[in-house]
Design a protein around this ligand. Structure first.
Ligand code: BES
Ligand code: ZN
Length: 457
């Protein structure tokens, strides 16, 4: 495949320029002010596929558009569906960015921009590898279908409906997603598990308006105090979630899996250092990797109440709000968790405070099987691209569509992450290592070769 590898080598600068172009578009799916930018990013992806002469469609939804493209079927070879997302998280807090989030900057071999790793840079590796095949070999060794959405960061709201309505069009033998991380620099990985998510907003209302805390404090319930105690009651000192039934469907880690986790070269000190913390804390009886990958948890994502301006104001706030979420593990059902949570919160909420619980997106956790020819093909392709055989790991984040592919299309997903743990997705100074960008493209190009050789049964 020398002409393929040559093409990849010669086009490095072009690939980087294209990544910069895409990263300049502020496609923040959560923000209505960025609606047109989100469309522009979708159109950019469409142009890429049209440039490769793939059959391409921009699919309108009630939210942001989905981009779908496919290459011709190849007799005897499998069909692979590539999923990615062109939307990004909001860039806040802006002040903490060294260079502006939508003005990509290269420092020490990394490209810094919102979406660099999550998921524009990683998603683009599969488009560029496909380009390399088509331009250097004239055709692909298998059929590829691309499904690139614009709502992943807001829970993939309209994707399920599209997949349900297009099962025949999307039919495939396996799915490939690059939207996760390597285990560590120089330690590429195949991810076989993701946590799920159940996300909530809790609104508490007390008196009809803010009141003097001296005149009224101690006589009525303070929504901010109540919010703190209600949320604090959801998790105990031992890191265990305190909702009746929460652990009912949690499968214990097997001794074998605990052993496998232990064998991974995890540097706890380096982990703390990078995070800027002096100690780690989590569920009692579990290692850090177990806590991050295979145990459910609860985190507050944001809180709003009372006075937070300059100086002090002795006020008893009328309202308090929190956004919080649970990371779930496979078999835990976000809907059951949601019902159990609401019941528990109603018990915890005192008289004199009105409570409203809004349940937003959810996603079940997943584990995918490792004993398949597709995984073996991915191992070889990663070894080719990264020069090392991948390790197997799980991941604490969520990708809602993986369970949907399993349930609606009956296929498993290969989670091949090219990112790194300290890439800062969802936080300031998001980055992607350019060497990994190119290694990812190379691994992907070889993945098409490896997967193309699997005979369809
Ligand atoms: N790329 C991430 C998933 C991820 C997170 C992989 C961390 C590896 C490490 C994805 O785009 C993401 O952030 N997903 C959301 C899903 C949610 C909005 C339903 C998440 O995990 O918060
Ligand atoms: Zn992502």
């Amino acid at each position: 495949m020398s002409s393929l590898d040559d093409y990849l080598h010669e086009r490095r600068a072009q690939f980087e320029r294209e990544l910069v172009d895409l990263l300049c578009i502020p496609s923040v799916s959560a923000s209505s002010a960025n609606r047109d930018d989100v469309r522009r990013a979708a159109a950019w992806v469409v142009d890429q596929f049209r440039g490769l002469k793939l059959k391409t469609e921009l699919v309108e939804t009630a939210g942001h558009p989905i981009v779908y493209a496919e290459s011709p079927a190849v007799a005897g070879a499998p069909t692979v569906l590539v999923y990615g997302h062109y939307d990004v998280q909001p860039p806040d807090p802006l002040k903490e960015w060294i260079s502006p989030p939508f003005e990509p900057a290269i420092r020490e071999g990394n490209i810094y921009a919102r979406g660099a790793t999550d998921d524009k840079g990683q998603m683009l590796t599969h488009i560029k590898s496909t380009e390399a095949w088509l331009k250097s070999q004239g055709k692909l060794p298998l059929q590829l279908k691309f499904l690139i959405e614009g709502e992943e960061e807001v829970g993939s709201t309209h994707l399920e409906e599209f997949i349900a309505k297009n099962r025949t069009r999307l039919a495939c033998d396996c799915v490939v997603i690059s939207d996760t991380s390597q285990f560590a620099p120089g330690v590429p990985a195949i991810t076989y598990g993701l946590r799920g998510l159940a996300y909530f907003e809790l609104n508490l209302t007390g008196p009809s308006q803010d009141k003097h805390s001296g005149t009224f404090g101690g006589a009525i319930a303070n929504p901010a105090n109540v919010l703190c105690s209600m949320l604090a009651a959801l998790i105990n000192e031992r890191g265990q979630v305190q909702i009746p039934g929460f652990y009912n469907d949690v499968e214990p880690l097997t001794p074998r899996e605990r052993d496998e986790f232990k064998k991974l070269p995890f540097d706890e000190r380096g982990f703390m250092q990078k995070l800027g913390v002096e100690a780690l804390r989590g569920e009692e009886g579990y290692s850090t990797l177990e806590r991050r990958w295979a145990r459910p948890t609860c985190d507050i994502n944001g809180m709003l109440s009372g006075y937070t301006g300059e100086g002090a104001k002795t006020v008893l706030p009328a309202r308090a709000m929190a956004k919080f979420s649970f990371r779930l593990v496979p078999k835990q059902d976000p809907k059951i968790i949601s019902a159990a949570l609401e019941k528990r919160l109603r018990e915890l909420c005192p008289k004199g405070v009105k409570m409203e619980l809004v349940s937003s997106h959810g996603a079940p956790g997943v584990v995918v099987p490792l004993d398949s020819p597709y995984v073996a093909a991915a191992e070889r392709a990663i070894e080719h691209g990264f020069g090392k055989r991948p390790v197997f790991m799980r991941e604490g984040g969520s990708i809602p569509v993986v369970a949907i592919f399993h349930d609606l299309l009956g296929v498993d997903t290969l989670l091949l992450g090219w990112g790194l743990d300290d890439d800062n997705p969802h936080s300031p100074n998001e980055k992607f290592c350019l060497a990994d960008f190119h290694r990812g493209i190379k691994a992907s190009a070889h993945l098409w070769q490896e997967l193309g050789q699997i005979k369809r049964t």
